[in-house]
Every structure is written in structure tokens, then in C-alpha cells.
Design a protein around this ligand. Structure first.
Ligand code: ACM
Length: 274
């Protein structure tokens, strides 16, 4: 069964210093030897925007300067690149992630659905929906989600039902709760999960956000294959066997997808869930 190497880049962008951040990403990734490279959420701009005006001054289209650099990295490293960025699409602003496959000319863009904290003053709710990028050459089905999407088990389940082997999750995590949850998402969906968090802190308008590092790659049995330190820049590596996730059974009788009973979950899909 073929094996792929996943690299997760934990690094600390400087808020508002896009050119400097892009140079740093270029430099860090120049020595990475992997099939998939996952970078953090908003990795080109930093995180702590206060309002839409600030986002608009930094946001780019899905084929802008940042996407061009990510494509160049994907081609030079012969790797799929997943990278968070602030996106402008017409008058809309999204907290988005690019998925770039070197041999595929399309830039796939996932727009974050669940907006965290002050993101609600800065971005629109994503309208791309969840999707899975199928790379036949690497035999990988990759589903992106972004940071706070983790708190909704529906995100990982939706990506699993769409066929993901690996969920790539660019993040800027400021709590520790996700450590308890991500292994469960891996087990219940029988998928790999790569969380690229950032380290460091940002101070804006008298408030500090401290990012928790500890990026991780989880196997489909919930085991952490690699974990980063809380407070420094680091590249993590793990080898995964994507095809192992496609048989959803875990013993001779049980299968995490075919054992589902959706007729009893109807409330999950109603808008008014009270
Ligand atoms: C987050 O969604 N950046 C916590």
C-alpha cells in the first residue's frame, strides 16, 4: 500500500507584514521533502484583524500573489500545498485556504464556515461548502477545513462522507480543548488529520491573542504520529497510508459509516435545532 509523507509547518507570521511572511514561508518550505505541505490559517497576513477594512487592505483573490507563491512552492517541492489566506471575492471577504496540486491548474479554495471570535466582524461566512480534492497521481483524497471548524463534528464527518482520507486543518488555535477532540474526529471517521497551528502572539487594540502551537498529525486510530512544541517554529513529518482509511470497518461486524443510522439524526440537518 502506497505511503505519503505529510509535512505540517508551524510558524509565527508577523501581523501585517505580508511580504516578510511570504519570504519566510518560501525559505522554510525550501528544504521540505514531502508529498503534502500544510501551513497555518491566514499564514501570509497574521490573524488578529479588527475589522473588514483591515482585511480588505490585505485580502487577495484565489489566484493572487499568495496563490502564485504557493503554486511555485507546490511545483518546486512536488507537493500538494494547503495554506490559509485572507480572500477577497467581489465585495466579500473570506477566511480561506488554498489547496494547490502541482499538476492541476485549478486553485481549490475552501472558505471557512464557522467564524471564531472577532472574525465575525471581519469576514463573511464561507460559501464554498466542504469539498474533497482527489489527486489520482498521489492516490490521495484531501479535505480542507479551517481551525474553529474543529468544534463542529459535522465538519470532519461531512469531509469523510465526501471521501477524504486526510483532513488538512490550517489553524490559529488559542485554546487547548482541540487536543481532546481531534483524536476522536480521527477515530470516529477513520481518517488522518493534519493540524498546522501557529506559535507566538499578536497584540491589537489592547488585547493579546496567544497561539498554542502543538501542531499535530493524527493517524486514523487517533494516535498522534507527530506533535510540535507549544512555542516555536517547527516542521513536523509523518508517513500515512491514505488507502487504509477507505475500508471503514474496524472489526468483522462494524463499520463507522455503514453502521450509521441517519434516520435517527434528522435534527442534525434542521436549521432550527431546538
Ligand atoms: C480559530 O478559528 N482561529 C480559533
Amino acid at each position: 500500500m502506497s505511503s505519503l509523507r505529510v509535512a505540517v509547518v508551524q510558524y509565527s507570521p508577523e501581523f501585517g507584514a505580508k511580504e516578510q511572511n511570504l519570504r519566510r514561508i518560501d525559505s522554510i518550505t525550501s528544504s521540505i521533502d514531502a508529498d503534502v505541505i500544510v501551513l497555518p490559517e491566514l499564514c501570509n497576513t497574521g490573524y488578529f484583524f479588527l475589522d473588514r477594512k483591515e482585511v480588505a487592505s490585505e485580502a487577495e483573490t484565489g489566484d493572487g500573489r499568495t496563490a502564485q507563491l504557493m503554486r511555485s512552492i507546490a511545483q518546486r517541492r512536488n507537493a500538494i500545498v494547503v495554506a490559509g489566506f485572507a480572500e477577497q471575492a467581489g465585495t466579500s471577504l473570506f477566511n480561506s485556504t488554498l489547496v494547490i496540486v502541482p499538476e492541476d491548474s485549478q486553485n481549490y479554495v475552501y472558505r471557512k464556515i464557522h467564524l471564531f471570535y472577532r472574525e465575525q466582524n471581519c469576514f463573511d461566512i464561507g460559501d464554498s461548502g466542504f469539498f474533497v480534492v482527489r489527486d489520482e497521481r498521489r492516490d490521495l483524497r484531501l479535505g480542507p477545513m479551517i481551525c474553529y471548524d474543529w468544534r463542529f463534528p459535522e465538519s470532519a464527518r461531512a469531509l469523510t462522507l465526501l471521501g477524504a482520507d486526510l483532513i488538512a486543518c490550517p489553524s490559529n488555535l488559542v485554546t487547548d480543548a482541540w487536543h481532546k477532540v481531534m483524536p476522536a474526529r480521527a477515530i470516529e471517521n477513520k481518517i488522518y488529520l493534519a493540524v498546522a497551528n501557529r506559535a507566538g502572539s499578536e497584540h491589537r487594540a489592547g488585547e493579546e491573542l496567544r497561539f498554542k502551537g502543538q501542531s499535530a498529525i493524527y493517524a486514523y486510530n487517533g494516535e498522534a504520529l507527530a506533535t510540535a512544541a507549544p512555542d516555536k517554529d517547527e516542521v513536523l513529518y509523518a508517513d500515512i497510508q491514505p488507502a487504509q482509511t477507505r475500508d471503514k470497518s474496524f472489526n468483522a461486524f462494524n463499520d463507522v459509516l455503514s453502521d450509521r443510522r441517519p434516520e435517527y439524526y434528522v435534527r442534525l440537518c434542521t436549521v432550527d435545532s431546538k
